[in-house]
Design a protein around this ligand. Structure first.
Ligand SMILES: [Zn+2]
Length: 124
């Protein structure tokens, strides 16, 4: 596992801010928002497989959204910041911040994983 110093060196400033400092990218700016290719979405920090293109949908929020996740590779945590009760989604392997999960998603799960593009890489 890397130290915060090492993360700072191997990630872009934007990725570092989001993944390690729990930042959020501006909506409708992410590189993967409109990606419709078939493949896997992996953790931008450590390469763990997190989401599949099969679970991606257009939520209209401006962030890549998924109704399902590769649950063995993600962790969730209650997040009380910004005056809201939300559930934070983290990479289980490297504890990087990915985004949040909400219970207003489509069938079959009813979940909406709202994830920063900068937290993900795409592999065809
Ligand atoms: Zn990771």
């Amino acid at each position: 596992m890397k130290t915060e110093d090492e993360w700072q060196h191997c990630l872009t400033p934007e990725q570092y801010d989001i993944l390690r400092k729990k930042g959020t990218e501006a909506p409708f700016t992410g590189k993967l928002l409109h990606n419709k290719e078939k493949g896997k979405y992996i953790c931008a920090a450590c390469g763990m497989e997190l989401f599949s293109s099969e679970a991606k949908f257009d939520s209209g929020t401006g962030w890549p959204s998924f109704f399902d996740a590769n649950k063995e590779n993600i962790a969730t945590k209650r997040d009380l910041n910004h005056g809201m009760i939300r559930t934070e989604v983290l990479c289980k392997h490297c504890s990087s911040h990915l985004g949040h999960v909400f219970e207003d998603g489509p069938n079959p799960t009813g979940l909406r994983y709202c994830i920063n593009s900068a937290s993900l890489d795409f592999r065809k």
